[in-house]
Design a binder for this molecule. Structure first.
Ligand code: SF4
Length: 457
């Protein structure tokens, strides 16, 4: 069995399963957020009764993150519904935007878009917050009402996005019927060159198979090259499995996984025990690709989908805007590479930076390079940095969303994960997906630029 099959067999109480089997799987964690949470709660109450209790309070994680810092009253109401439900059910893992459990978030015009407008429990983008808060454990099953739930596959989990109806059912029963996916095998060898990032690995892989090339399939990443990748790198790769249509991504477990997970579960007091899945000699794959990391170059996915692969050095695409942020590209390590290229220079196009979580804001504001923090280096370079960590313009959102593309027909280079028409707002605009290093180099020139030109920086 492949890693995914082994994990699903265990979660369904069977000795073995194979691709195509329909099995009942027990969930270890169900995550929902402000966009899908109210719908999920509605389904749960309709099907299980208004006074029903969730199947396991410890296994439900609610993370408002999408449409938070907006004056849009319907979006604000969504978070209120989550707050009421978490209170009613006594859920310990509700990462509210405000500290008052009876309160209501209100936009503060004095603080505006840039200064933090959240309380002490706010956790930021769900997929970055889940591991940071100790909710991702090797060998477990994570369902989330968001397509990028696959990001947690970096931790040797079966993690996949589900709809509100399924999530309502999981909320009541802790189980879900799953068809075991076929597995595609991506064996990573070698080590990335300077200036090339994990984002380039996944853009390369999606370029090979197309944006529907992994539809309802598991994408297994293993090989000697994995050891050279940080957990942030692995998260970037797993995050974009869905951009090839993948059901899930899964990485091998190693000492680096253990170190990351053990530290986070301890910090947040979440469940500390877990049993990883390891590889069998008899794995059957429906596809094999060997990727020599040392041969990869800065890569861009062009409009209108994540499979439109080009090398940055071969492009001469004019740009109007640059954006770094999201679960894929808004981690501390992403901002570090972004800042490494921008340090001491000035961007020439509108450039926005949105850290994925408040902890990342804190990292950037307290880490000094010389006399300046990384945050200040970015601000000095002309980047509009907001402290309001969240999804922000990654998926457009309400018109007052920070960094949203409201102008018509512009070209934006972005460290996010999805570039279908209208994704970041305006439907006539084009989004080019790239690594934070490539976004930085491109922000300095106003056209798509290979960041290796700035390696001496
Ligand atoms: S940052 Fe973007 S991709 Fe990630 S969860 Fe939010 S909207 Fe989805």
């Amino acid at each position: 069995m492949t890693l995914t099959e082994k994990l699903l067999a265990r979660a369904s109480g069977k000795a073995s399963v194979q691709a195509g089997d329909n099995i009942w799987v027990s969930a270890d964690v169900l995550m929902t957020h402000d966009v899908c949470g109210p719908g999920t709660i509605g389904v749960f109450k309709r099907e299980f009764g208004k006074t029903a209790k969730v199947w396991d309070k410890q296994k439900i994680v609610i993370i408002p993150d999408h449409y938070i810092f907006t004056a849009d009253s319907k979006s604000n109401r969504n978070v209120d519904i989550l707050r009421e439900f978490a209170g009613e059910q006594g859920l310990p893992y509700f990462y509210d935007v405000i500290d008052d459990p009876k309160g209501h978030w209100v936009y503060d015009a004095v603080k505006g878009n840039m200064k933090r407008q959240y309380g002490s429990r706010y956790a930021g983008v769900c997929h970055a917050a889940l591991p940071a808060k100790g909710h991702t454990r090797p060998g477990e099953v994570l369902f989330g009402t968001d397509s990028h739930t696959c990001m947690a596959g970096a931790f040797n989990q079966f993690a996949t996005g589900i709809g509100n109806t399924d999530a309502g059912f999981v909320m009541g029963t802790g189980k879900l019927l799953i068809k075991v996916p076929e597995t595609m095998h991506f064996r990573l060898e070698g080590k990335l060159q300077p200036g090339v990032m994990a984002k380039d690995i996944i853009l390369h892989c999606i370029g090979e198979i197309g944006f529907d090339g992994a539809t309802y399939r598991a994408m297994q990443f293993d090989g000697a090259g994995i050891a050279t990748l940080s957990m942030d790198d692995r998260m970037t790769i797993a995050n974009m499995a869905i951009e090839a249509g993948g059901k899930n991504a899964i990485f091998e477990y190693d000492a680096r996984t253990a170190e990351y997970v053990d530290a986070r579960v301890k910090l947040n007091g979440t469940k500390a025990s877990y049993t990883p899945v390891t590889r069998d000699p008899n794995e059957k794959f429906v596809y094999e690709l060997v990727v020599d990391l040392s041969q990869l170059e800065p890569t861009v996915a062009c409009h209108p989908d994540p499979g439109q692969r080009k090398k940055a050095k071969e492009m001469n695409q004019k740009l109007d805007r640059a954006y770094v942020g999201s679960c894929t590209g808004g981690k501390t390590s992403d901002f570090v590479e972004f800042a490494r290229v921008l340090r001491g220079k000035k961007v020439v196009i509108d450039t926005f930076g949105v850290p994925a979580t408040p902890d990342i804001v804190n990292d950037l504001q307290t880490t000094y390079w010389g006399n300046s923090t990384i945050w200040q280096i970015l601000v000095d370079a002309g980047v509009q940095m907001t402290e309001n960590a969240g999804c922000a313009a990654c998926l457009g959102g309400p018109v007052d969303t920070f960094g949203r593309i409201n102008k018509s027909g512009i070209n934006c280079i972005s460290a996010t994960n999805r570039n279908f028409p209208g994704r970041m707002g305006d439907k006539e605009s084009k989004v080019f997906l790239a690594s934070p290093a490539t976004v930085a180099a491109s922000a300095l020139t106003g056209k798509v630029t290979d960041p290796r030109e700035y390696l001496g920086n």
